[in-house]
Design a protein around this ligand. Structure first.
Ligand SMILES: *Cc1c(COP(=O)(O)O)cnc(C)c1O
Length: 209
């Protein structure tokens, strides 16, 4: 597995953050990448994220990339680095509340729905607009960007079209909100397309392990 990590990071653009997605991977597998210098890891389940946080080195930046339930926010609020999956006012309010209890500010991304699949979570552009205004009033949650997943397809033009749409929306938001700086898009199968389309954070799992 280290083989591909080294290859990937050797010529990796400096302005793009690589989040290695470590869901279902063992602590030992994570430590192999850690020992090569990797510090940003992504998980999609709260329990697994908390278990790994407790055991692994404390200078890891933990990214919550999966759908988040309101009653579980409190478990990650003390340490989470970035929540990629904010998709409702309810979840935003809970993150703000738990962050306040922890006396910290949590950074988050709004998850946008760009794929055509029914199953993908996320906001429409119009819903995101509204949520941005509501979150602006919160003191302990800051929205610093957006995240999206393209349709699971081999048709590259379709993926590209969806990523370009997200990039366009990202640029609009950036023009209106000074804190917006992260465009989280691209996974193992489509990260090269995502980077071409303006992504500055990719979430890569299966390719690496
Ligand atoms: C699992 C996952 C990834 C990584 O997917 P790979 O295909 O393994 O690279 C990225 N983003 C999210 C939200 C995921 O759940």
């Amino acid at each position: 597995m280290n083989h591909f990590y080294k290859k990937l990071t050797q010529n990796f653009p400096l302005n793009i953050t690589l989040v290695t997605v470590s869901k279902t991977r063992t602590n030992q597998e994570i430590m192999e990448l850690y020992n090569l210098g990797q510090r940003d890891f992504g998980e999609n389940k709260v329990q697994e994220l908390v278990n790994k946080y407790q055991i692994l080195p404390k200078d890891i930046n933990w990214h919550m990339i999966g759908h988040l339930q309101v009653n579980k926010v409190k478990f990650i609020a003390p340490f989470v680095h970035l929540i990629h999956s904010i998709d409702s006012l309810k979840i935003a309010q809970e993150i703000n509340k738990q962050a306040q209890k922890e006396n910290r500010i949590i950074n988050g991304l709004l998850q946008l729905k760009i794929a055509e699949e029914e199953s993908k979570f996320g906001l429409s552009f119009i819903e995101a607009e509204k949520l941005m205004l509501e979150i602006e009033a919160m003191n302990h949650l800051k929205i610093v960007g957006i995240m999206g997943m393209a349709t699971n397809t081999t048709i590259e033009t379709k993926i590209e079209k969806e990523f370009l749409e997200l990039n366009e929306y990202f640029n609009q938001l950036k023009a209106n909100y000074s804190l917006i700086k992260i465009l989280s898009m691209g996974m193992s199968s489509d990260y090269t397309i995502a980077i071409k389309c303006g992504s500055n954070l990719v979430r890569i799992g299966s390719l690496l392990f």
